[in-house]
Design a protein around this ligand. Sequence first.
Ligand SMILES: *[C@@H]1O[C@H](CO)[C@@H](O)[C@H](O)[C@H]1NC(C)=O
Ligand SMILES: *[C@@H]1O[C@H](CO)[C@@H](O)[C@H](O)[C@H]1NC(C)=O
Ligand SMILES: *[C@@H]1O[C@H](CO)[C@@H](O)[C@H](O)[C@H]1NC(C)=O
Ligand SMILES: *[C@@H]1O[C@H](CO)[C@@H](O)[C@H](O)[C@H]1NC(C)=O
Ligand SMILES: *[C@@H]1O[C@H](CO)[C@@H](O)[C@H](O)[C@H]1NC(C)=O
Length: 362
Amino acid sequence: MVGNMLLLLLPFFAGAFSAPLTRRALPSGVPDYVTKYAPIVYLYSTDPYRPSDIGAQLTNTQPEINYTAITPSAVPLTLDNLNSSLSSYSGSNIYLTSTSDITTSPAWLNGVPPNSDGETEGAVSCAIIVNDHGSGLVDAFYMYFYAFNYGGDYFDFIIGDHVGDWEHNMVRFQDGVPTAVWYSQHSNGEAFTYKTVQKWTDGLRPIVFSANGSHANYAISGTHDHTIPDINLPAGPVEDHTDNGPIWGTPSDHYLDTSTSPLKFTPPVDPTLSAYYYTYTAANATFASYDSHTPVDWLYFTGHWGDEQYPDSDPRQQTIFDISGLYKYTSGPTGPEDKQLNRTDVCPANSDPCILRTVLGS
Ligand SMILES: *[C@@H]1O[C@H](CO)[C@@H](O)[C@H](O)[C@H]1NC(C)=O
Ligand SMILES: *[C@@H]1O[C@H](CO)[C@@H](O)[C@H](O)[C@H]1NC(C)=O
Ligand SMILES: *[C@@H]1O[C@H](CO)[C@@H](O)[C@H](O)[C@H]1NC(C)=O
Ligand SMILES: *[C@@H]1O[C@H](CO)[C@@H](O)[C@H](O)[C@H]1NC(C)=O
Ligand SMILES: *[C@@H]1O[C@H](CO)[C@@H](O)[C@H](O)[C@H]1NC(C)=O
């Protein structure tokens, strides 16, 4: 029933979303293939935690070490001074900690839904980082930021919620031609040849399905078990759920709320429309922007983009069956600099062997 209805609606949606996307002027010097082959990201239809402004994380948090506020050398903290203002502290011990109690669901955790062009208006929610290895080999990282990660259900308990969430794709190019795509999923992910992955209506841009709440990135929609890293099982105790609007894959009744009028449909995100653009030079571990006004300093911050895991004594914290490791609230993640920006393989080094998949869903 729902399937038939979607087929009828398909021309409407396809028409609405295959129009050329309005592109903001790119900083000059960004290779055209970096945007031409940039991923298109389908958020889970009812995921309340949408992409978020990277800089807004600094206005909604304060830096803490060991649950105690620390004093930056300059205030307010901005993306232009995040690392340098905190450079007298050991970066990796710093947690950007919510100034409001997150169990009261402050609105900023929800981020910004994409508009019909796929832009998260008013929120720069992506950092695109280009590593030119030389000899025509170029890796482009598309780093997606969300203010909150909902960890998911584990036998009806919620585990792994945290403030701040960084996920990414990486597209590898040889001489401007895309050859492979990495999809980050939790602490690991999956690599596919470019040819294998589903493409946007232009036949060029890889399609990504972002999991409900965890924002893990998958190449196909549906349910993904992530109990065993690296292996994408159809069902299991720890599941990610993805869906995709009517255009791709098998329609499922939960991506589109047919009880609403007009029908509720979330367009996919075009990350290139709400991004900062950078280069990364591995030889001197240096980031640079393509223009003079894009903030760079924050990329050197080695601390965490959310609260430190609440201690057992914190009334908000819960463990499941007293199993340490199964905490309701875990620590916020580190940022783009910690995602292995200078890769030999398409996978990060902890994904060994790097399986370059040629079949979807394996
Ligand atoms: C954190 O603070 C507590 C209480 O002040 C102290 O006992 C503990 O040693 C500190 N931990 C670290 C890693 O500094
Ligand atoms: C970033 O901060 C660290 C200290 O946490 C400091 O060692 C480093 O020099 C800073 N990097 C830049 C580029 O400011
Ligand atoms: C999606 O996440 C929300 C919480 O953000 C949760 O309430 C809902 O059950 C999840 N849906 C699925 C299908 O897991
Ligand atoms: C960066 O990666 C390349 C392999 O693509 C390697 O040859 C080079 O040594 C690495 N550079 C650094 C600084 O790690
Ligand atoms: C790092 O290397 C790049 C490429 O050689 C160069 O353009 C840049 O100036 C260097 N940056 C620093 C801080 O040394």
